[in-house]
Structures are given as C-alpha cells and as structure tokens.
Design a protein around this ligand. Structure first.
Ligand SMILES: C[S@@+](CC[C@H](N)C(=O)[O-])C[C@H]1O[C@@H](n2cnc3c(N)ncnc32)[C@H](O)[C@@H]1O
Length: 189
C-alpha cells in the first residue's frame, strides 16, 4: 500500500472504533461522517458559520439530526464527561490554542472515552519538506482556516494529559518531492 492508502486505511479503522456519543471538533463540511460506524450519535462542532449549512445537510444524509455547535474546540459548550469519543481530523493544526482545545477534549470525555485523531505534523528539522512547510505557512495560516503546517501536534497530544494508546506515522507525498508527515491514533482520557 502507498503512504496515502495506508494512511486512509488506518484512519478509517481508527474512526470506526468510535462508539456511543461522538463529538467531532472542526467538523468542516462533514467529510468524516461516512466513516462513523452505525449506532454512533454524532455531534459536530464547527466555528465557521459558512460551513454549517453544508455540514448540517451531510449530517442529516447520514442520519444525524443534531445541529452542529457553532463554537471553538477551546471552549466546548458541553458539560464535563458527556461524550464517549472525540474525533479530530486535520483540526488541531487550525485551532488557535491546541493545548487548551485538548484540555477541553479531556474534560468532555467520559472516563472510558477515547480521542481519535488524524493530523499532519511538522516535518523533521532540516528536511526539504520542513522548508516547504515554512514557505507555505504564512499562506495556509491566512487562507486555509488558520492551518499551521509547522505545528508539533504529536508532542502536543502527548503532553496533553491524554494517554496515547495507539499512534502510527505516515508520510503523504506531495508535489515537488515534499512528504508531509501525519499521525493517526487513539488516546484515552
Ligand atoms: C482543514 S479543515 C478540516 C475539516 C474536517 N475535519 C475534515 O476532515 O474535512 C479544519 C477545520 O477546523 C475548523 N477550525 C478552525 N479553528 C477551529 C477551532 N478553534 N475550533 C474548532 N474548529 C476549528 C475550521 O473551520 C475547519 O473547518
């Protein structure tokens, strides 16, 4: 399997492990709804109101009736210990304060809850890919939902107080020989 196929396969497997009430942070336009297993009760959270109509439509198509929360992951409008799972797919690169977002994730998870993530991370220092990320960063921060390609998201997750149970690293090939590292995994509260 190529880097991309392996990434997709493991991401699908990790998302399919979610159960019960699931909060998806930075749900965007609902690209991950098709991956959720049957029986999950999905609650989306998305601060960009321009994405809500599409998100709601896709959610309804997948049988999820709850209106997405218009809020940021740094201030989740849910009580403590009320969800069984939290899903984040390329969202921690975009939030303003990933440490605060992850402390909110911990707060809303039930004791046996799991956090499933699939995130791109900074390429190793000194590599061509890291240089490319540095060049693209001002543009992506401005025009791609605040996305910071230089964010050390794996370390941030490991320092968050969540316990990483599974983590796999992938390198996804991009044009001009750039290879962007991704981490996909599951952490417990
Ligand atoms: C690259 S998109 C990913 C969307 C979706 N997760 C997907 O896999 O297609 C990043 C998303 O994070 C959202 N976002 C930005 N800042 C956020 C924040 N502070 N809290 C939660 N979501 C945020 C953006 O509006 C955008 O929808």
């Amino acid at each position: 399997m190529s880097g991309y196929s392996a990434y997709e396969a493991y991401r699908m497997q990790a998302v399919a492990s979610l159960r019960g009430r699931v909060l998806e942070i930075g749900a965007g336009r609902g690209a991950n709804l098709a991956l959720l297993p049957a029986g999950v009760s999905w609650q989306g959270l998305e601060p960009d109101r321009r994405r809500h109509a599409r998100l709601r439509k896709v959610a309804l198509r997948h049988g999820h009736g709850s209106a997405p929360l218009r809020a940021s992951a740094e201030d989740i409008p849910l009580p403590d210990a009320t969800v069984d799972g939290v899903l984040s797919v390329v969202t921690l690169c975009s939030v303003d304060d990933p440490q605060l977002a992850l402390s909110e994730v911990r707060r809303v998870l039930r004791p046996a809850g799991r956090f499933v993530f699939a995130e791109h991370v900074a390429a190793p220092a000194g590599t061509w890919s890291r240089k490319a990320q540095r060049v693209i960063a001002p543009l992506s921060r401005r025009f791609d939902h605040g996305c910071d390609p230089l964010r050390e998201t794996e370390s941030i997750i490991r320092r968050s107080g969540l316990e990483v149970r599974e983590l796999r690293r992938f390198e996804l090939p991009q044009p001009l020989g750039v290879r962007i590292p991704y981490v996909v995994g599951v952490a417990a509260r």
